[in-house]
Ligand binder design. Structure first.
Ligand code: PLP
Length: 288
């Protein structure tokens, strides 16, 4: 397996970074997770744009231009002979003396890892998964903006640990006002009386690329959709619920805090949106 590290491909065993890297010392860096289907990275430009935006917010200079980044992603898939894959791009502040000052680091560290994609169990989609509304609150946007996909995922990790302890697949986090935000690595949607609802960006979420695509697909399917404010009480009365992210796509949720959602089965709107996502995949990969 080949890893792209800074300016070249190295074997996995030789892909090492400094213990002085500020990504390691302080979580000072940004990342993206992408999915490749049939050897082609999906929504590549959207992911690279978000990576650049995250880096800009932290004033980390991008190590390479967008066109080179795209080429490295394609080369990572080719060199590792991968067709169904996921990719992790990391850009950290880079190595420097100990201390928070970004100027201590002269050049960012840039890593691209491409791995084979292991599909989730079929039962996730046929039966749905469970979620738990956890005690850990989503980062205050004024403290650490959730729109920045940073290497500092401790907020999400604390929530994930709670969910795991409760036997749930994913945690859902509330913000400081008690409004629903998102999962630890996913966005959340509910359907209520035929309307599709998802927390608005200003509730303090990462604007998921899959979330945006699903909102667009809902418009195409004429399913009324709204970015709004939701609470845990809305989950309890929802007809359907699902999670979105780059690797799960559209994943039905059939239980929240041990209670059934709707009739406890994946719902029709969820199914239609996932089918439509799969169609759009074919369309977008074919360049149409
Ligand atoms: N929210 C968080 C906190 C995430 O980490 C992720 C992805 O990992 C998402 C939402 C979903 O984003 P995307 O659809 O771009 O994968």
């Amino acid at each position: 397996m080949w890893i792209y590290l800074n300016d070249r491909f190295v074997p996995k065993e030789e892909a090492r970074i400094s213990v002085f890297d500020h990504g390691f010392l302080y979580g000072d860096g940004v990342f993206e997770t992408l999915r490749a289907y049939r050897g082609k990275a999906f929504m590549l430009n959207e992911h690279l744009a978000r990576l650049e935006k995250s880096a800009a917010r932290l004033q980390i200079p991008m190590p390479v231009k967008r066109s080179r980044l795209s080429a490295v992603v394609a080369e990572s898939l080719e060199k590792n002979q991968l067709t169904e894959a996921y990719l992790r791009i990391t850009v950290s502040r880079g190595p420097g003396e100990i201390g928070l000052e970004p100027a201590l680091c002269r050049s960012p560290t840039f890593v691209v890892i491409a791995n084979p994609f292991e599909p989730y169990p079929e039962s996730f989609y046929t039966d749905g998964v469970s979620v738990a509304v956890v005690q850990t609150r989503r980062n205050l946007p004024e403290a650490l903006p959730p729109q920045v996909k940073s290497l500092n995922y401790l907020n999400n990790i604390l929530a994930k640990m709670e969910a795991t302890a409760l036997g749930a697949f994913e945690a859902l986090l509330l913000n400081q006002h008690g409004e629903l935000t998102e999962g630890t690595t996913s966005n959340v949607f509910v359907s209520l009386g035929g309307r599709l609802l998802t927390p608005a960006q200003d509730c303090g979420i990462l604007a998921g690329i899959t979330r945006n695509l699903v909102l667009q697909l809902a418009r195409e399917l004429k399913i009324p959709a709204e970015e709004t404010r939701l609470t845990a009480a809305d989950l309890a009365i929802a007809d359907e619920c699902f999670l979105t992210n780059t690797t799960v796509e559209v994943l039905p949720v059939t239980q929240v805090d041990g209670q059934r959602i709707g009739d406890g089965r994946p719902g029709e709107i969820t199914r239609r949106l996932h089918a439509s996502f799969r169609d759009s995949l074919d369309r977008l990969l074919a360049g149409r």
